[in-house]
Design a protein around this ligand. Structure first.
Ligand code: UD1
Ligand code: CA
Length: 455
């Protein structure tokens, strides 16, 4: 059978989010709500049509050209949104209609919905769920034959209808020829003056067509995000899902409830993640690493056997066997070579650190190329900025930088060169030379005694 099409309703402002960002762009585990909905239907459908409206340009720009966009210029309700998409859909076959604000949906649930729809030869199949607290959702009102007769929104519910625990998840499968015929006839809802997609159900039934409900066994996955409280609830569910998948794949977590990993992040087996560790964006982690406690990674590529604790690492690369922290700050463009040690209170920015180099304590390295085996003493600083421009520094293989040295860029420290502690170096140093750039020491006999007595 042909694959179904999908329409995702994403034109609403999301008033209840109380935000300037359109609702479907609010992030959940690092990806917009709509991203999750699109991902869950991706393998199943022929083409995804997105109905945009509020901040349409922003939404369309984010998701790009692989989708068809239909503008709903005025947001006159979910029924009107689907009406707007109708001319862009084929004349027959099936269409899945999803809401852009139900990010916990899973592909397997949609597959079951589609199978049920096709097996029962229905014109419409509603994905329903039983909720302990159905507040805010449309209730499924079943007829004497046990099949759905109507969906009644909370505002329009009678007392008895409000007590119904079976709700409309907002996902449906429709027969295209049926909705092409009947969707234009939707009445306007008296309470809100909107066209409700849910009001299509009685129209189909009156036309003698079959309407089915497919009840999911995973009611939690139906959560529709209308406000920040629901967004946070969904975040907890999504995080648990991400963490469990990684743990089954061989990743250890000391306390998974305190590990925050974005959707799409990859982690290799036998890596151990300690509490309060955050892996965001396009981060990839290799095998046998030890990350955390309290480490924050954004868009970072981490090879195997890396140890990193109590640190922040942004848009950087940590090569095999390197160790970072505690309390290091690696800013964008830091390429930390294999076996490198970056210690406490070290900041690195836009720099390459060669294999086996050591920067163990209290250093700043910015816009520099540091060679293999270089040792940078405590407090040594790369002076990359003169208040006007930034310059590069090259420290060649095997150089030794003494404690508290300032290397004033632009500068090259030759291979195997030695910089005396406390030097402020402004001129290039040839390979294997020693540079001392500090005032000579003078000792004055007995002066200390006199000086101390005074005080
Ligand atoms: C809707 C359903 C309700 C269901 C719930 C599930 C209707 C009338 N009600 O209610 O039965 O229980 O979802 O979460 O359908 N949208 C548009 N254009 C519009 C209006 C909305 O594209 O003119 C989009 C929104 O961006 C959103 C989705 O449709 O992604 C659902 O809209 P929302 O206002 O959140 O509907 P609910 O009140 O949650
Ligand atoms: Ca909703």
């Amino acid at each position: 059978m042909d694959k179904p099409w999908a329409v995702i309703l994403a034109a609403g402002a999301g008033t209840r989010m109380n935000s300037s960002l359109p609702k479907v762009l609010h992030p959940l585990c690092g990806k917009p709500l709509l991203w999750h909905v699109l991902a869950c239907g991706a393998d199943l459908v022929e083409r995804q049509v997105i109905v945009t409206g509020f901040a349409a340009e922003q939404v369309e720009e984010f998701f790009g050209e692989q989708y068809t966009y239909v503008r709903q210029e005025r947001q006159l309700g979910t029924g009107h949104a689907l009406q707007t998409a109708l001319p862009h859909l084929p004349e027959e076959g099936d269409v899945l209609v999803l809401c852009g604000d139900t990010p916990l949906l899973e592909g397997a649930t949609l597959t079951s919905l589609l199978v049920h729809h096709r097996e029962s030869k229905a014109a419409a199949t509603i994905l329903t769920a039983i909720l302990e607290d159905p507040k805010g959702y449309g209730r499924i009102i079943r007829g004497p034959d046990g099949r759905p007769a109507a969906i009644v929104e909370e505002l329009d519910c009678s007392e008895t209808q409000r007590a119904v625990g079976e709700i409309n998840t907002g996902s449906y499968c429709f027969d295209l020829s049926a909705i092409k015929k009947l969707l234009p006839d939707l009445p306007v809802n008296a309470q809100k003056g909107e066209y409700y997609l849910t009001d299509l159900i009685p129209l189909l039934i009156n036309a003698g067509l079959r309407v089915e409900a497919y009840r999911t066994g995973e009611p939690g996955f139906a959560l529709g995000i209308n406000d920040h409280v629901q967004l946070a609830e969904a975040g907890a569910v999504m995080r648990r899902r991400i963490n469990e998948e990684l743990m089954y794949a061989g990743v250890a977590m000391i306390d998974p409830a305190a590990v925050y990993i974005d959707a799409g992040v990859k982690v290799g087996r036998d890596t151990v993640i300690y509490p309060q560790t955050i892996l965001e964006g396009e981060t990839v982690v290799g095998e046998r690493c030890r990350l955390g406690p309290s480490a924050h990674f954004v868009d970072t590529f981490i090879e195997d056997d890396v140890f990193c604790r109590q640190s922040v690492v942004l848009e950087s690369r940590l090569s095999s066997g390197s160790t970072v922290g505690p309390f290091a700050y690696l800013r964008p463009g830091s390429h930390i070579g294999p076996g490198v040690k970056i210690g406490d209170f070290v900041e690195v920015k836009n720099s390459t650190i060669g294999s086996g180099a050591k920067i163990p304590h209290l250093s700043y390295v910015g816009d520099a190329s540091v060679g293999a085996g270089v040792n940078m003493g405590a407090g040594s600083i790369v002076v990359n900025y003169d208040g006007n421009k930034k310059y590069r520094t090259t420290i060649e293989d095997g150089a030794f930088i003494g404690c508290n040295a300032n290397l004033v860029a632009p500068l090259t420290v030759g291979a195997g060169a030695f910089v005396g502690a406390g030097s402020t170096v402004t001129k290039d140093i040839p390979a294997h030379a020693m540079a001392i750039a500090r005032s000579k020491q003078e000792n004055k006999d007995g002066l200390a005694k006199r000086f101390l007595k005074k005080k």
